[in-house]
Write a protein that binds this ligand. Structure first.
Ligand code: NAD
Length: 330
């Protein structure tokens, strides 16, 4: 078995002309969202990523309140623009609903600010961030039309939406022309709800980005940060899965990333790390065989909380019970 990671493969993102890597670089850790990360450490992780073909980079003004974007701008300064694809977001500028602004004017200003912080002339993807925090009518009447105008001006090549409740992404995708949806924590060992939506997104020629294969750290030995809103029983089930792997001398992180990147209908999965060694491990694991027996046992531990999601954002936008999601699709 090769110990050196091999460059990742690429696939087309929906009907766009973007060839996206199987594993993509989530830049939220550059904003110190998980721990104190230095610019140098983040830079080494980013270089390792680009060297291995992990060339889709996702960020947002929300991550470190501008810090992640500013740092990326610095780190990418001397990297030829054609070596990376850049995705950033609009609408969410803090943890609370009151921090969000999905108006047309703020959307335009936000993209201009991101372009300046990132030191680029255009974005590859501009996404409405965490739509469950928004008034959906405003997203449809203001944020998305503003992004569509920026696309027409060449400032963003493609546009889309992100958020936790899949039903919301689906609803917006059928109500306004978009190119991409970014879903997170819904295709991982804990949750496969995204799979049921893939035919619908495919029928609408919408590219799907999956994020959080480690569910923000729940599927790691370190665990998730305290601020994460998942319910206690979800956290406990993940801790149990981590203990099972530890007892067997197996890597939960490896199993989790192998599983999350294994669906043929999902071209790319965003993972967050500011550690070059972790990044190389993640890429190396992609080509290693998945331990089917371990998978079965870990899925059994996680079965009681399978597809359990959590409320966030506006109460009217929450679809907490996965049965509701299934009912909507039926
Ligand atoms: P993740 O599943 O990538 O988990 C990140 C955690 O896993 C961090 O604590 C990291 O240190 C740890 N980790 C990573 N690689 C590891 C390894 N090899 N060994 C041990 N631990 C490791 O979840 P995430 O950070 O929530 O998501 C990744 C990216 O997806 C984000 O940076 C962001 O770009 C994107 N994302 C977007 C949205 C949105 O738009 N609404 C939501 C979630 C995530």
């Amino acid at each position: 078995m090769s110990r050196e990671p091999q460059p990742v493969g690429h696939a087309r993102l929906g009907a766009t002309d973007l060839e996206v890597p199987q594993l993509a670089f989530g830049a939220s850790p550059l904003g110190k969202t998980f721990r104190d990360v230095s610019l140098a450490e983040g830079g080494m992780a980013l270089s390792a990523a680009l060297d291995l073909g992990v060339n889709l980079i996702d960020v947002a003004p929300f991550y470190g309140l501008g810090l992640a974007e500013r740092r990326l701008g610095e780190l990418l300064r001397d990297v030829p623009r054609e070596r990376f694809l850049l995705s950033t977001k609009v609408g969410r500028y803090g943890p609370e609903i009151a921090d969000c602004d999905y108006s047309a004017a703020r959307t335009r200003a936000s993209v201009e600010e991101s372009l300046r912080r990132l030191r680029v002339e255009h974005l590859d993807l501009a996404l409405v961030h965490d739509v469950e925090f928004a008034d959906l009518e405003q997203v449809l009447a203001e944020a998305l039309p503003a992004l569509a105008a920026l696309k027409a001006e060449g400032k963003a090549r493609y546009i889309g939406v992100t958020g936790l409740p899949l039903a919301l992404l689906d609803r917006l995708a059928s109500a306004h022309p978009i190119d991409v949806v970014l879903s997170y924590s819904h295709y991982a060992l804990t949750d496969d709800a995204l799979a049921a939506y893939l035919p619908r997104f495919e029928a609408g020629a919408i590219g799907v980005i999956n994020a959080s294969p480690l569910v923000a750290g729940h599927l790691t030995q370190r665990g998730a940060p305290d601020w994460h809103p998942a319910p206690a029983r979800f956290r406990d089930a993940c801790r149990e899965a981590a203990a099972l792997c530890r007892d067997r001398g197996a890597s939960l992180e490896r199993l989790a990333v192998q599983y999350a990147t294994s669906h043929d209908g999902i071209p790319t999965t965003l993972v967050g790390t500011a550690n070059a060694e972790n990044l190389r491990d993640l890429v190396r694991w992609l080509l290693e065989p998945l331990d089917e027996e371990l998978l079965e046992d870990v899925l059994a531990v996680l079965a009681p909380t399978h597809n359990l999601t959590w409320p966030q954002g506006r109460p009217e936008n929450n679809f907490v019970d996965p049965a509701v999601v299934r009912a909507e699709l039926a």
